[in-house]
Design a protein. Structure first.
Length: 216
């Protein structure tokens, strides 16, 4: 993977920032202190995160997603049923976030969770896409978007439950229940997912399911 200068600067900034976030939250003051510690000039800060803290939050979650995708790519999931592949994908993403659980909690306190803001909704969609892709889903019609939309809809609840540090068996059971609920909602996917898709499409023109309205 090729890293741009802004990627490198943003990574340096995040490395310095995360220890502060755990105690002080995703604040401008914490970001400023971390930037000084990382030796970033004002120009470099503008290049790394032109939208400030929001860009840094996004970069944090993007890094966890990239890590989870790499882990899943190294595993042989072929023997698993599709629901188990999806659950494994979600768990891999949570594992990538686990070393920084308090940082995620601070993102929730800032309002980044449960993904009500535009960039945050896009992130939930991106995580769902990563999970379904790792599970081997190759659908290109509306079914592709309904699967991802339904998973994106339950991700916030899963994260909020995970933040309380449940034991492994309880988390596994909770995710299974939420995925079963999402599967049940799939019978009404057009009604449930359409508002999410409309919002995503407004933010990302590429998320435009040409098969919308087709049977699934």
């Amino acid at each position: 993977m090729t890293h741009t200068p802004s990627d490198v600067l943003r990574s340096r900034w995040l490395e310095a920032l995360l220890p502060h976030v755990a105690f002080d939250g995703w604040t401008d003051a914490a970001a400023g202190l971390a930037a000084n510690q990382a030796g970033l000039s004002e120009g470099e800060q503008a290049l790394a995160a032109p939208n400030g803290v929001i860009d840094l939050i996004e970069a944090f979650f993007a890094a966890a997603e990239t890590e989870a995708a790499a882990v899943l790519a190294s595993e042989d999931l072929t023997a698993l049923r599709v629901p188990d592949k999806v659950k494994r994908g979600v768990l891999a993403w949570l594992d990538a976030l686990a070393p920084n659980r308090e940082v995620v909690r601070r993102a929730a306190a800032r309002g980044f969770l449960p993904w009500s803001a535009g960039p945050a909704v896009q992130r939930a969609w991106s995580v769902a896409d990563m999970v379904w892709t790792a599970a081997g889903d190759t659908a290109t019609d509306y079914n592709r978007y309904s699967k991802r939309g339904l998973l994106a809809a339950v991700i916030p609840g899963i994260v909020m439950y995970w933040l309380d540090a449940p034991d492994e068996s309880d988390l596994d059971a909770y995710i299974s229940r939420r995925l079963q609920q999402a599967s049940g909602l799939g019978r009404n996917a057009g009604r449930v997912v359409a508002p999410v898709l409309d919002f995503i499409k407004a933010l990302r023109p590429d998320a435009n399911p040409s098969g919308r309205g087709q049977g699934h």
